[in-house]
Design a protein around this ligand. Structure first.
Ligand SMILES: Cc1cc2nc3c(=O)[nH]c(=O)nc-3n(C[C@H](O)[C@H](O)[C@H](O)COP(=O)(O)OP(=O)(O)OC[C@H]3O[C@@H](n4cnc5c(N)ncnc54)[C@H](O)[C@@H]3O)c2cc1C
Length: 311
């Protein structure tokens, strides 16, 4: 078992990175765990043999000036209409952060336990990390409930109330340009679709698109094979916008199991700072990155104001 002191943050999405940033700046010792190889969570881009696709959040809408400053610090590009982007891909915002934070990537946390000396973080590989003053869980509510259920059943039951919706996403490169604007909003079963090259500061010759379907579209688990779903989504896209689609050079799909909260928690975090366990994420306040930022900020403030963290 590895020995440590300080704060463990589970999840390197916008919520986890925000809370970590505030605590590190306040002089706290923070270690972040994320099961993915890359930071950013659902603000995500997939690298393929046909280039990158922003298959997570297509943009970040900003109305909170502090969030704007935070994103500017990450090099976000503005479109002049209230949205911010990473360039050359959304995930670029988070690429350099490994140098600034102590991040353990590709480490899946399976449970946390409480001992008299502090919290233990248990991982899928069987390795454990101890003892933390505080654990901050910043993953989607259903996943958070799973890892805390054994030690905090009441808190897990609270999180069980937050239902999250799935979204199917299609990644496609066409061989010819579509007669559509760079961003098209909902039509029928399609929630929105974006041409990758239409985002600011992109040098992209491809006719590459990412299509997000509405949560109601094919949320049944039995239709979870991306190879089957990709052409179905493509047909729906063409039909919804009344266009005949050209041939494709690349086609894939991704299912976001926990894309959006159906009904947010209503407060910026759950748990108890004095007990050293907090759970937050976008799903506490809404369904957007700014909600995650505000949840992360509220958790940091709650911890620092109670001065319960090891200095
Ligand atoms: C299709 C789609 C479209 C969207 N569109 C927009 C939009 O237009 N504008 C907008 O602002 N937002 C949008 N969002 C929402 C936005 O992406 C989220 O609000 C935001 O990314 C949530 O950040 P988070 O840090 O709370 O959670 P996440 O980004 O989900 O981060 C959680 C992190 O925890 C990690 N993790 C999970 N389980 C474990 C575990 N057991 N152990 C270790 N690590 C774990 C994950 O790998 C992930 O990195 C969209 C999301 C999706 C999916």
């Amino acid at each position: 078992m590895e020995r440590s002191l300080g704060v463990a943050v589970i999840g390197a999405g916008i919520t986890g990175l925000t809370v970590a940033d505030r605590l590190v700046k306040a002089g706290r010792d923070v270690r972040i765990f994320d099961k993915s190889p890359a930071n950013g969570g659902r603000i995500s881009s997939r690298g393929t043999c046909n280039g990158d696709f922003d298959h997570g959040a297509p943009e970040i809408q900003v109305s909170n000036p502090e969030f704007d400053t935070f994103l500017n610090g990450l090099g976000a590009i503005s479109d002049g209409n209230g949205s911010r982007f990473g360039a050359p891909r959304m995930r670029s915002l988070f690429d350099p952060l490994s140098d600034h934070f102590n991040i353990s990537s590709e480490v899946e946390v399976t449970a946390i336990d409480r001992e008299s000396r502090g919290w233990i973080v248990r991982t899928a590989s069987g390795r454990s990390f101890a003892h933390y003053h505080t654990v901050i869980v910043t993953i989607p509510a259903p996943q958070a409930a799973n890892i805390i259920r054994a030690c905090q059943p009441d808190l897990a039951a609270e999180l069980d109330q937050v239902k999250m919706q799935p979204v199917w996403t299609c990644l496609v490169e066409f061989t010819e340009k579509l007669d559509l604007p760079g961003k098209v909003n909902g039509g029928g079963t399609v929630m929105r679709a974006d041409r990758m090259s239409a985002k600011p500061a992109r040098e992209d010759e491809r006719e590459a698109w990412v299509i997000h379907m509405r949560p109601e579209f094919a949320s049944d688990e039995t239709f979870a094979d991306p190879a089957v779903m990709a052409p179905i989504i493509l047909d729906a896209f063409g039909e919804n916008y009344g266009i005949e689609l050209p041939d494709v050079a690349y086609l894939n799909a991704h299912r976001w199991r926990y894309a959006f909260a159906e009904e947010p928690l209503g407060v910026p975090f759950a748990g108890d700072p004095t007990a050293g366990l907090l759970v937050g994420g976008d799903w506490t306040l809404g369904a957007r990155a700014q909600d995650g930022y505000e949840s992360g900020g509220a958790m940091a403030q709650a911890i620092l104001s109670r001065e319960i963290v090891n200095v």
